[in-house]
Structures are given as C-alpha cells and as structure tokens.
Write a protein that binds this ligand. Structure first.
Ligand code: ZN
Length: 84
C-alpha cells in the first residue's frame, strides 16, 4: 500500500435507529444508521411506512378542489384534433 493516501481503517460499531448494533470495519467511527437489515421492510416482510396515507390519495386530496381546469384542457385537445 502506498503511504499517506489511505484513510485509517477502524474496527467500530454501527448503531441503527431500531437499536441493533453491528461490529464493522470502516474508515469512520461510531456510525449511526437510519435503517438496517433487521428493521428494513424487505427483510422483515412488514409494511412500515412514514407516509401511511399514500401518494395517490394525497394527490387526489390536493387536486380535489380543482374541477374546472380539466374541462378546459379537454376543450383545447378536441380543438387540436378538429384542426388535424
Ligand atoms: Zn435497524
């Protein structure tokens, strides 16, 4: 190995937000993780989402008040089709 170009390699711990602690080798010490294989939905098989409502329902709620615009857009498209 060439000298003075490699970062120091530590034997340290990586602590997840769920409480799981991993003994790992890393160039950084005392890592904090948001998610790990012990608590990630892919590995647990459980659905655990911060956005429980869902993006589609949120979108529908946001644009439920806007009802006049789609009609105007439809008129424009029909005009274009008529020209062709
Ligand atoms: Zn975890």
């Amino acid at each position: 190995m060439k000298e003075n170009i490699h970062p120091k390699y530590y034997q340290t711990t990586a602590t997840c937000a769920c409480g799981t602690v991993y003994e790992i080798g890393s160039t950084k010490q005392n890592l904090r993780l948001d998610i790990c294989s012990a608590c990630h939905p892919l590995f647990t098989g459980k659905q655990k989402l911060m956005d429980a409502e869902g993006r589609v329902s949120k979108f529908k709620k946001k644009y439920s008040t806007v009802s006049a615009q789609p009609k105007a857009a439809k008129k424009k498209t029909t005009k274009k089709k008529a020209k062709k």
